[in-house]
Design a protein around this ligand. Structure first.
Ligand code: ZN
Length: 315
């Protein structure tokens, strides 16, 4: 065998090994993988063709991927940054701004703002963890997907209950009844979300519909408020304008998620930036900001009896 033949032979073996490596050896290195190079359990959205982290089999490997730009990066950071922001608000907002502004606030009155912030931190935080750690292995992905679904249910529950409080703060029976109803619905949703089938690919549109339906249960107390207080006051009690924007963002995000728009129209074109899950994440954050604005407005309305626009809480 000549030297040239040996080199050629080596090159051919090396090429064969290279082509096998991505499929056979799990690792978290810099190489990103294509959809058809992934193990079956990782194949979720066939319209996103490239940019995958293949199963890492290590938490460290997953955490290392935070420093790499891949097709989950925007999903992770669109929820991680708001998680930290809401956490800062949760720790300091009530004590630093709201209580000094309205010293006659009851514990419940300002705790309800923190209640929503806690829901937002849990939801967005669980989502960030899920998107970061789901590439560990099938079992980890399975567990974290349930954590992610639970986070969404917690945020919807906290959002509705905080709105109920400011809407019915002086009609405690209504507040209690609707709160119990929301907790019952949240519990039913949890039972569904923990079922193994809920996480399957074919259930994607159903999942989207499922959360929208739970969120829309908030219509019942709003209609009750209209009947009880009249349109003018009901609108101001819950700051309906922001609640409607919130619903629009959540429903719009869920529809985009369910139909996998826009990657379904151009597979492979939105792998890193602009695919449906990223848009869904951004719309969830926008929806949560609307809710936060609504409850702050409700809180001010509760104390001043009139709507004050803007976030300025100091005299
Ligand atoms: Zn997500």
């Amino acid at each position: 065998m000549s030297a040239t033949t040996t080199i050629r032979h080596r090159k051919s073996i090396s090429a064969k090994l290279d082509s096998l490596t991505p499929v056979e050896i799990p690792r978290s290195g810099k190489r990103l993988y294509k959809y058809n190079e992934l193990p079956e359990w990782q194949q979720d959205n066939d319209k996103i063709i490239s940019g995958y982290i293949r199963e890492t089999k290590s938490v460290k490997g997953c955490l290392k991927s935070l420093l790499q730009f891949h097709n989950e990066s925007i999903n992770i950071y669109t929820h991680l940054v708001p998680t930290v922001t809401y956490l800062v608000l949760l720790v300091g907002l009530s004590d630093m701004f709201l209580v000094p502004r309205f010293p006659n606030s009851t514990v419940m009155q300002y705790l309800m703002i923190n209640f929503f912030l806690l829901g937002a931190v849990l939801c967005l935080g669980c989502s960030s963890f899920f998107h970061c750690l789901k590439q560990h292995s099938e079992s980890h992905s399975h567990i974290w997907s349930k954590v992610d679904y639970m986070g969404i249910i917690i945020m919807i529950t906290c959002s509705i209950i905080s709105m109920l409080y400011y809407g019915f703060h002086d009609h405690y029976l209504h507040f209690k009844c609707f709160t119990v109803l929301t907790i019952v619905l949240g519990t039913i949703c949890t039972v569904f979300a923990l079922h193994d089938k809920f996480n399957s690919k074919t259930f994607r549109p159903f999942r989207a519909m499922f959360y929208v339906t739970f969120g829309l249960s908030g219509i019942v107390p709003i209609v009750t408020g209209f009947w009880k207080f009249g349109a003018y006051e009901a609108v101001r009690r819950v700051q309906l304008k922001y609640v409607l924007f919130e619903a629009l963002f959540y429903i719009g995000g869920a529809v985009i998620y369910g139909f996998r728009f826009p990657e379904v129209l151009a597979p492979g074109k939105f792998d890193f930036i602009g695919h449906s899950h990223q848009i869904f994440h951004i719309m969830v954050v926008l929806g949560s900001i609307c809710h936060f604005r609504a409850i702050i407005g409700s809180y001010i309305f509760m104390h001043t009896g009139m709507h004050q626009s803007g976030f300025v809480l100091v005299r």
